[in-house]
Design a protein around this ligand. Sequence first.
Ligand code: RB5
Length: 149
Amino acid sequence: MRVVLGSDHGGYKLKEAIRTHLEAQGLEVQDLGTHSTDSVDYPAYGFAVGTAIIKGEADLGIAICGTGQGISMAANKIRGVRAALCTETFSARMAREHNNANILALGGRVTGVGLALDIVDIFLKTEFAGGRHARRVNLISDIERGEEI
Ligand code: RB5
């Protein structure tokens, strides 16, 4: 599996921990930065992770800012991105199983490293269930195209 990571300064430390964790599992990791705790703008990193997903450069993405709020909002502006902000494991599993989320958003100032790594593992290993959930996810795509549903 190919995973793309991106964070602002508020998510930098957690991103580093996640990258180490994923590389230890032998996953292919693309790290789009940021590469220090210097202040940067989270929309740029949400855009970068979302763009990598849409271009097919990675299977799933992980986007982190201080709260996970801003970077998920930014990523979700890209057509085809479904970024899910998760603070516990149940939502991470459901975001994949029911919503076919393609980006996990985390808050580096909200979620501790241990819990965050569990959330990441569950998000990456859970498959989309399809079926009635596919119809609902397709309705989200219809909204993106400006259609009334
Ligand atoms: C940066 O200070 C902070 O606003 C950012 O990391 C994030 O929490 C925004 O949603």
